[in-house]
Design a protein. Structure first.
Length: 614
C-alpha cells in the first residue's frame, strides 16, 4: 500500500498507481480544506477531553466527511500519546491501520450494503467487547441514511446507552432521511461545499507535486465543474492528467468535459440579451454538432446568469463570481445593460429548464425553448419604472398605437415625463404623449385612454370614446357627428355611421377626404388599430340624430315595430315566410343592431376618473 502522506506519494507513472483523490486525502484536521469550522470544533473537543459518544457528519459527497471520520478515529486511538490527541502521529500501528481501513478497532460500515437488521444486531453484540488495541472501539457508518427502519431501531438501542469504550461516527449525504431519534443522540456537523477558489488552490498544489503542468484557466474550469466536491475535482484532474501529454490547457478540459468555452458562453449570452433567437439557436446547433453536451451548456448558462444577478445586486466588486475570469468583463458590461428583474426572470426559466431536463431525451429542445423564451423576455425595467412612476403625479396611461392590425398588448404603456421615456418602451411602439398640440392649434389636447379594439361587444364604447375624442380634438368638424342617427359594424374593423336624410349635409361634411382622415385617426387612437369609417344616409322614417355619447335613442315599442318593418331583413322574412312582428324586446334598438345588451358602467366610470386626473 502506498503511504498516503502527500509529500511521500508515488510518482504518477509508478506501477502501483493510486488515484490522486486517495493519495491526497487529508490526514490531519489542519488539512481538511473548506471544513475549518468542523476541524476546529473537533480539535477543541479532543483537547478538552469532551469527545461525544456519537457524531453525525452531513454534507454533499466528496467534501471530506469520511476523511474527517478517519482523522477523528486516529486522533482517538493514536498510540504515540497516552490519551486522545488532536494531532495523530500517522506513524504508529493504529494510525497506519486506520489509514488503510484495516484497523481491528475502527470498523467502517457501509450503510448502503449493510442495511439489514441482522448486521446491526451483530454490531450491537460486538459493541460489548472491549477494543483490541486502541482506547476506543470506533464505528464509522457511511451512508447511514441507507439503513432500514429496523436497522435504525437496532442502532438506536446502542446509541441510547453506548459503553464508555465505544464511539460512533455516522456520515450521510441525506440528513433528512435520518430518524429524529438518531439525530437527537448525535453531535451534528454540517460539512460545507468547498468553494471553487479553495479547490483550485488544492488542484494547483497537487499538479505541482505530481510534476505536471497545467494552465490556471484549466484548473479553474475543473474546480468549478466539481461543484463543491473536492474528491470529484481530484478524480477529474486524474482523468485529465492521464489523457494529456503536455501541459493541461483550458481547451483540453472543455473538450474532455463537452463544455462550451468561455467565449462561446459569452457569445450565447450576447445573442440572448440582444433578443436575437436566430443567432442563439444557430450557435447551439453548431456546437452540439461539434460534441457539446447540452447538460453542460445549461449549467454554464445558469452560472453565467447567476453571475449577472450577483453583479446586478453587488456591483462590479462581487467577491467570488461563479464563472471564469475571462467572462468577468463581459458580465459586468452586460449586467449594466439589463435590469435585475429581467435577470431574475431569466434565471427562473433556466433553472426550471434544468430541472425538466432530468429523465427526458429531448434536452436540446428544452434548451432551445429556454433560449427563445429568454430572447423574448421583455425588458422588465419598464415594470419597475412603472411602479416608481405610478407614485409620481401626472402619470398617464396611453393607448399603444399598433400599426400591424393585430390587437395591441393589454399591458399599458407609460409616459412618466416626455423626457423620461425609457428605451424599452421606445422599442415597444410609439407613445402618444400628453400635451401635444392639436391639429386645430388648440392647446387643449384630447384625452387618451387605453385602446378598445372594435368588436360587436364594444361598438358602443368605441363610439362613445370616438365621439368624445373627435369632439375634443376636432371640435368644429365633430359638430356634424352629433346628427348621426346610428352606427354599426359592417366588416372587420369597419364602422358605418348613418345620418337621417334630413341631415344629408352633415354626412357630406364628414365624408370629405380630410375629414375622413381625421375620423380614421381618431378611431385608430381609440381602438389601437386602423378602422375604416363609412357615412351613409338612414332612410328609415324615424331616424333621429343621436344627441351624443351614451344617449342612443330608444324609440317607443310601437314606433320600433314600425321601423323594424322597414328593415330589409324583415321585409325578406315577411315576403318569404309571411313573418309578422309580435313583440319587440326593450333592449332591441333597430338603429344600432350590433349594439351590446348593456354598457359596462363600472369600466366607463373608472376610465372617466383616470381621464379627469390628467
Ligand atoms: Zn499514531
Amino acid at each position: 500500500m502506498v503511504k498516503s502522506k502527500p509529500t511521500e506519494h508515488a510518482p504518477a507513472d509508478a506501477p502501483a498507481y493510486t488515484v490522486v483523490a486517495r493519495r491526497y486525502r487529508p490526514q490531519q484536521f489542519s488539512e481538511l480544506i473548506g471544513q475549518e469550522h468542523v476541524a476546529g470544533a473537533l480539535v477543541n473537543a479532543l483537547k478538552s477531553g469532551r469527545v461525544a459518544h456519537a457524531y453525525l457528519f452531513t454534507g454533499a459527497r466528496g467534501v471530506g466527511k469520511t476523511s474527517a471520520a478517519r482523522i477523528l478515529a486516529k486522533a482517538l486511538n493514536c498510540l504515540k500519546t497516552d490519551k486522545a490527541t488532536p494531532t495523530p502521529c500517522d506513524e504508529c500501528d493504529s494510525c497506519r491501520a486506520v489509514m488503510t481501513g484495516d484497523d481491528v478497532d475502527v470498523l467502517e460500515i457501509d450503510g448502503a450494503s449493510n442495511n439489514k437488521v441482522e448486521e446491526v444486531r451483530d454490531l450491537r453484540q460486538n459493541v460489548g467487547f472491549r477494543p483490541a488495541r486502541g482506547r476506543y472501539k470506533i464505528y464509522i457508518i457511511d451512508e447511514v441514511h441507507m439503513l432500514s427502519t429496523s436497522a435504525f431501531n437496532a442502532l438506536l438501542k446502542t446509541l441510547e446507552e453506548p459503553p464508555e469504550h465505544v464511539k460512533f461516527i455516522l456520515a450521510t449525504t441525506e440528513v433528512q432521511k435520518i430518524p429524529i431519534t438518531i439525530l437527537s443522540r448525535c453531535q451534528r456537523f454540517d460539512f460545507a461545499h468547498v468553494g471553487p477558489g479553495k479547490i483550485f488552490e488544492q488542484l494547483k498544489r497537487i499538479v505541482e507535486r505530481e510534476g505536471h503542468q497545467a494552465d490556471d484557466d484549466a484548473l479553474r474550469l475543473v474546480a468549478r465543474r466539481a461543484a463543491g466536491s473536492m474528491r470529484d475535482s481530484q478524480s477529474l484532474l486524474d482523468q485529465l492528467l492521464a489523457s494529456s501529454s503536455g501541459p493541461l490547457t483550458a481547451e483540453q478540459v472543455t473538450a474532455v468535459l463537452g463544455t462550451a468555452g468561455d467565449d462561446r458562453v459569452i457569445e450565447l449570452a450576447k445573442a440572448i440579451l440582444a433578443n436575437d433567437p436566430k443567432t442563439a439557436l444557430d450557435r447551439i446547433a453548431e456546437w452540439v454538432e461539434r460534441g457539446l453536451q447540452i447538460g453542460e451548456l445549461i449549467d454554464q448558462v445558469v452560472e453565467y446568469w447567476r453571475a449577472l444577478m450577483l453583479v446586478s445586486c453587488g456591483g462590479p466588486d462581487v467577491r467570488e463570481l461563479p464563472v471564469s475570469p475571462n467572462q468577468h468583463e463581459a458580465i459586468r458590461t452586460q449586467a449594466k445593460a439589463v435590469s435585475l428583474d429581467t435577470v431574475l426572470a431569466g434565471l427562473e426559466i433556466l433553472t426550471a429548464t434544468k430541472a425538466r431536463m432530468r429523465g427526458t431525451p429531448h434536452v436540446q429542445v428544452l434548451l432551445e425553448m429556454a433560449v427563445v423564451r429568454l430572447c423574448r423576455l421583455p425588458d422588465l425595467r419598464s415594470l419597475s419604472q412603472l411602479v416608481q412612476a405610478v407614485s409620481q403625479p401626472g402619470v398617464q396611461f396611453v393607448a399603444s398605437a399598433a400599426s400591424n392590425g393585430t390587437p395591441p398588448p393589454a399591458r399599458p404603456q407609460l409616459t412618466p415625463n416626455a423626457a423620461q421615456v425609457s428605451e424599452a418602451a421606445k422599442k415597444n411602439g410609439p407613445l402618444v404623449t400628453a400635451g401635444r398640440a392639436s391639429e386645430n392649434g388648440s392647446t387643449n389636447a384630447p384625452t387618451e385612454v387605453a385602446a378598445t379594439p372594435l368588436s360587436e361587444a364594444t361598438v358602443q364604447t368605441v363610439w362613445d370614446r370616438f365621439f368624445r375624442y373627435a369632439t375634443e380634438k376636432y371640435p368644429i368638424l365633430s359638430q356634424h357627428l352629433r346628427y348621426a342617427s346610428s352606427y354599426a359594424i359592417f366588416g372587420p374593423n369597419a364602422l358605418a355611421v348613418r345620418f337621417p336624410t334630413s341631415y344629408a349635409n352633415a354626412k357630406k361634411e364628414c365624408e370629405g377626404e380630410a375629414s375622413l382622415a381625421r375620423f380614421q385617426d381618431a378611431l385608430k387612437r381609440v381602438t389601437g388599430q386602423p378602422v375604416s369609417i363609412r357615412f351613409e344616409l338612414d332612410r328609415s322614417p324615424n331616424a333621429q340624430p343621436l344627441a351624443g355619447p351614451q344617449s342612443v335613442s330608444v324609440a317607443a315599442p310601437t314606433e320600433r315595430k314600425r321601423s323594424l318593418g322597414s328593415l330589409p331583413m324583415f321585409k325578406k322574412a315577411h315576403e318569404v315566410f309571411g313573418a309578422q312582428i309580435w313583440h319587440v324586446d326593450d333592449d332591441f334598438n333597430p338603429a344600432a343592431v350590433h349594439k351590446p345588451a348593456a354598457p359596462k358602467i363600472d369600466d366607463e366610470e373608472e376610465e372617466e376618473t383616470a381621464t379627469e386626473e390628467v
